[in-house]
Design a protein around this ligand. Structure first.
Ligand SMILES: [Fe+2]
Length: 252
């Protein structure tokens, strides 16, 4: 059974811990020194506990045409992502995991095998990825509090998109680009290799992802081949900013 989600209690525990830490270290608020011990899972109210099975895709395989073709979506969801879920369940059974939350595994992922790291990350990343897309819409852009926060952190939405696309394009080999909320509840851009993400205790960048872009070749190769930049540029039309904004507002 999943742990009951109690945002008030989590807030209290986190704020109490933060106060104690601040008094001990002699400052108020988090800084880079304390970021080493930053645990994104505990730091945020996050009604996002992800199970080990795949959620249904929230649209048809052909719904994202002509940005991502139906065949790519079908193979990506039913083969690649399904494989992460299956292998995660195997690792969970083999390694005596007690929790049913992928997030709780990720926060301690250094204690487990590389199979756990790759597949817990892979499953989590894809479950988020599907939900942050929708059929393409004209004039697609963030609004409301998220838009203001992006402008505050990056100067403008266009500057954010440039920075994010750059992180995605420069990721050598396979990996992800992220928009995430850091320990100071500021928006940040980063990329991680393979199936790592900012929730992992061994990640150099720490925070709660609100938007992620899969730049593994399996995500785009049938349509774009080596043209990753075109895939990234077209992908902006698919971002489900309503979902991302709701996620952001639950976390800050
Ligand atoms: Fe993928």
């Amino acid at each position: 059974m999943k742990e009951t989600y109690n945002p008030g209690r989590r807030n209290f525990i986190f704020k109490s811990a933060l106060t104690t830490l601040s008094v001990y270290l002699g400052f108020s608020g988090l800084n880079s020194a304390s970021a080493k011990s930053f645990n994104p899972h505990l730091a945020f109210d996050h009604p996002f506990d992800t199970g080990f099975s795949q959620d249904p895709l929230p649209y048809g395989y052909d719904a994202l045409e002509d940005v991502i073709d139906a065949k790519t979506m079908e193979i990506h969801y039913t083969k690649h992502a399904a494989g992460y879920s299956k292998n995660l369940k195997e690792a969970v059974a083999a390694e005596g995991v007690q929790t049913e939350s992928v997030e709780k595994i990720l926060e301690n992922v250094s204690k487990y095998s590389s199979k756990m790291r790759n597949n817990a990350g892979g499953h989590y990343n894809h479950e988020l990825f599907w939900k942050t897309m929708r059929p393409k819409t004209a004039d697609n852009k963030p609004t409301g509090k998220l838009e203001k926060a992006i402008e505050k952190s990056f100067g403008s939405v266009d500057a954010f998109k440039t920075g994010f696309a750059d992180a995605a394009a420069k990721r050598f080999g396979s990996g992800w680009a992220w928009l995430y909320i850091d320990a100071d509840k500021e928006l940040k851009i980063a990329s991680t290799a393979n199936q790592d993400n900012p929730l992992m205790d061994l990640s150099k960048v720490k925070g709660m992802p609100i938007l992620g872009l899969d730049v593994w070749e399996h995500a785009y190769y049938l349509k774009y081949q080596n043209r990753r930049a075109d895939y990234i540029n077209n992908w902006w039309q698919l971002v489900n900013w309503d979902f991302v904004e709701k996620r952001y507002e639950k976390l800050v």
